[in-house]
Design a protein around this ligand. Structure first.
Ligand SMILES: Cc1cc2nc3c(=O)[nH]c(=O)nc-3n(C[C@H](O)[C@H](O)[C@H](O)COP(=O)(O)OP(=O)(O)OC[C@H]3O[C@@H](n4cnc5c(N)ncnc54)[C@H](O)[C@@H]3O)c2cc1C
Length: 414
């Protein structure tokens, strides 16, 4: 059977792939969007029940689509995110083919050959919008955890009622870790939270959502080629934030007040014991220092731009409390811990990409979304072009620029 031909193929129908489609359509570039599941598949299959966006509703903006509901300062639930993305796909009439798994993309004489569960497509350009969070990152030491302890990733976790009885060790204190730790502790299961490098933020600052500050002050608009240590910026953990109707702050002090026990970074599992590093004091003060530095940047911006009158007075928050004697080990065979939740981050999966553009650590080699192979592009990766790239509100500018480049490439190639 001969392969179908289109000019461009977009892999993935999350908000990033659909934004790529919007700008391809705008430039009349014929294309298809291939999606192995349904539109917004990651939100349908890989998120826990209580999750709400940590970005406020007014930031849930996509090309040609703005939040116009009654609660701009609220936070969308997962079903609401799914309907937002479905609405985007419908209003833009994106040429999405659902239930089509891309199993290989490889170079061909005039571009790329895309092999799918439904046949082959030849195209001149491919946009990789398959997501940055396809798999949970679980450290190798998970293999040494005794079999009596149930292990879950955020992809398996749905709600605390499905956990076994007993204590829960949550490993990782980024947005996922702190949100799950709070929910599990509230369900009556005692939580121990293993804390490594983390990003502390208050939910509101000087009366405004902290993400309003990120947005307005230009911090989130810092470009990838202006960031001092781009590799580090791309690996930065997500901030300790949760979206709740009460706009509560969910930092480590809030978790300690709920009764969550803090321990250091999980360093090893040996003879059935989880061993944690010391040094919580240093880790906490580093996170406090960075938060205060960021708040200082906001204050300077508010002053310099004459916005001081529009916001509340300058605030500073109490330092993170260091527990008097944090535990350095936990016996995982004692029955104290029934489950471990690995909130240790996510990584992309490029197992289907047969073009040599993935480095030894599994990251795509690209410059602002222009991948290291002519005609190959990427969207939706951390700090792809700007600090806001990974968020819904970052896709419009990124997708416009990446599709501009793609159109230029097609024009030159004739
Ligand atoms: C837990 C969590 C919470 C988040 N909270 C927020 C938030 O509050 N605010 C915010 O702005 N952002 C948030 N994000 C970040 C970001 O918005 C999401 O990760 C979002 O899903 C990324 O969109 P995407 O289109 O890049 O990727 P995805 O939504 O992952 O879409 C990729 C699509 O590609 C498909 N796909 C993958 N491989 C193939 C293949 N081989 N063949 C065919 N199809 C394929 C997948 O099925 C999927 O539908 C969050 C992310 C996570 C993980």
């Amino acid at each position: 059977m001969s392969a179908e031909r289109v000019t461009a193929v977009v892999v993935g129908a999350g908000h990033a792939g659909l934004a790529a489609s919007y700008f391809l359509g705008d430039r009349s570039i014929d294309h298809v969007v291939l999606e192995r599941g349904e539109v917004a598949n990651s939100w349908r299959t890989e998120r826990w029940d209580s999750l709400r966006l940590l970005t406020p509703n007014w930031q849930s903006r996509l090309p040609g689509l703005r939040y116009e509901g009654p609660d701009p300062d609220g936070y969308l639930t997962v079903p609401e995110v799914i309907s937002l993305i479905e609405r985007f796909a419908a209003t833009t009439r994106a040429p999405v083919r659902t239930g089509v798994n891309v199993t290989s993309v490889r170079g061909s004489p005039d571009g790329y050959r895309v092999t799918t569960s439904h046949g082959e497509i030849d195209c001149r350009a491919v946009v990789i919008a398959s997501g940055a969070c396809n798999r949970p990152s679980v450290p190798a030491l998970a293999g040494s955890v005794p079999g009596s302890v149930e292990q879950l990733t955020p992809f398996d976790y749905r709600d605390p009622a499905k956990l076994p009885d007993g204590g829960v060790l949550v490993v990782g204190a980024s947005a996922t870790g702190v949100q799950l730790a709070a929910e599990i502790q509230r369900s009556g299961r005692p939580v121990t939270l293993s804390v490594g490098e983390h990003v502390r933020l208050p939910r509101t600052y000087r009366g405004r959502d902290v993400l309003w500050w990120m947005d307005s002050s230009g911090v989130w608009d810092q470009r990838h080629d202006e960031v001092e240590d781009l590799t580090r910026a791309r690996r930065l953990p997500s901030p300790q934030l949760v979206g709740t109707p009460e706009r509560t702050t969910l930092d480590l002090n809030a978790l300690a007040a709920l009764g969550v026990q803090m321990v250091g970074r999980l360093a090893a599992v040996r003879d059935g014991r989880a061993l944690f590093s010391g040094g919580l004091r240093n880790m906490f003060s580093l996170a406090d220092l960075k938060m205060n530095r960021l708040l200082g940047t906001f204050d300077e911006w508010a002053h310099a731009s004459g916005r001081d009158g529009e916001v509340g007075p300058v605030q500073r928050f109490s330092p993170t409390d260091v527990p008097a004697a944090p535990r350095l080990q936990l016996d995982l065979r004692s029955g104290e811990i029934g489950a471990i939740v690995w909130a240790t981050g996510f990584r992309p999966d490029y197992g289907w990409l047969d073009v040599p553009v993935v480095d030894a650590k599994g990251h795509l080699r690209h410059d602002g979304g222009v991948v290291d192979s002519p005609g190959l592009y990427a969207l939706g990766l951390p700090v792809l072009r700007r600090r806001r790239s990974t968020f819904i509100c970052g896709i419009e500018d990124d997708a416009r620029a990446v599709i501009d480049h793609l159109a230029g490439y097609l024009a030159i190639r004739g």
